[in-house]
Design a protein around this ligand. Structure first.
Ligand code: DGJ
Length: 340
């Protein structure tokens, strides 16, 4: 009898402890390079975060090595060689484990989109629950940015390795700065700066997320908006963009709509506080909904160091929501509280 009680107690404790949520509090210092859990600087620029089965995966451009200025351009075409797309994982959004390059450069094929001499920017990953595939979309370009294409890669697991499927101009249109957005009804959308960055296209992806349906809209026509970062809150879509000034900072702007495809109503600069008119010297890349929390979003920006792109930092700030507006106030330091 005693033995049974002990066994029951042990089983109860195992059940109780395994069901417990952990909570973590960490400090975020916007604007600096952060280290991963091994003490190495996180190298995931122009990136986005996917939450999948209890873990956050941060994908971004691995910008490694020397930054060079491409001669003969009428703009400051600073670039690093392509190394690939890096991935970091975390349960608490503070401690990040490097999962490796989940899409690697292909140094021995000069014709490949993934050759180091090309451009690979702003990778974003979404999960397709119908196909079970992780789908990565990215900006693929030639060194002088004249190719203006979107690339696609897929994987069975969030940490890859992703298989590169190729690049094209979506719906025949130029595509540079870009993001993808999976809505809660399973539909997904591709948002990309087109028409030489003058107009932002939004196109619905096919059910497998690997191509475009014919439906698309032209938004912010001739307004030269880049760096799209979209999220949904209270049944409204909110889209943050930057202006178009190469690697230099400019003023952000947000717009709201009842549908991803628009019509978008332009609001204002969401940033407030020190250097808000320059997006805190950053540029939008993604808005991350914090899992399990209502109306909790983190706005992610890159703080580009144009002459040494590898040392570019990250600005993560909480988004404040009021009935019709959003605000992203500057904070030197803030605390993130996560339960997992
Ligand atoms: C601004 C874009 O947002 C970046 O991703 C990058 O393409 C630079 N322009 C290149 O100048």
């Amino acid at each position: 009898m005693k033995k049974e009680i002990i066994i029951q107690f042990v089983l109860y404790m195992i059940f109780f402890l395994s069901g417990c949520t952990k909570s973590s509090t960490g400090t975020i210092q916007p604007g600096v390079i952060w280290n991963d859990i091994e003490g190495n600087p996180i190298n995931a620029h122009g990136g986005g975060v996917l939450y999948h089965e209890g873990t956050y995966y941060w994908y971004g451009e691995c910008k490694a090595g020397e930054t060079t200025l491409l001669p003969g351009q009428n703009w400051e075409c600073y670039r690093t060689n392509v190394s690939g797309v890096s991935c970091y994982s975390s349960k608490d959004l503070v401690n990040w484990k490097f999962e490796g390059l989940v899409l690697k450069a292909i140094p021995d094929d000069i014709h490949s989109d993934l050759h180091p001499s090309k451009v690979l920017e702003r990778p974003k990953v979404i999960f397709n629950s119908k196909t079970g595939k992780f789908v990565m979309w990215m900006h693929i370009d030639s060194a002088d940015y004249s190719k203006a294409c979107a690339g696609i890669a897929i994987s069975d697991t969030p940490t890859g390795e992703f298989k590169y499927l190729g690049s094209h101009r979506p719906l025949g249109a130029m595509s540079r700065d870009q993001t993808v957005f999976a809505d809660d009804d399973g539909r997904a959308y591709h948002l990309f700066s087109s028409e030489d960055n003058a107009t932002l296209y939004i196109a619905e992806l096919t059910d497998d997320y690997l191509g475009h349906k014919e439906t698309y809209t032209r938004n912010f026509i001739n307004k030269f908006r880049e760096a799209p970062a979209i999220f949904k809150t209270n049944n409204k879509y909110v889209l943050i963009t930057s202006g178009c000034s190469a690697w230099d900072p400019n003023e952000a702007e947000y717009a709201v709509a009842d549908s991803v495809l628009g019509n978008w109503t332009v609001m204002s600069n969401p940033c407030t506080g020190k250097d808000a008119d320059k997006t805190f010297y950053g540029q939008s890349t993604f808005v991350l909904p914090v899992a399990g929390k209502t109306n909790t979003y983190i706005a992610m920006f890159d703080k580009w160091e144009k002459t040494d792109l590898e040392t570019s930092g990250y600005i993560w700030l909480p988004v404040t929501l009021s009935r019709d507006n959003i605000e992203i106030p500057w904070k030197d330091e803030w605390t993130i509280e996560i339960e997992y």
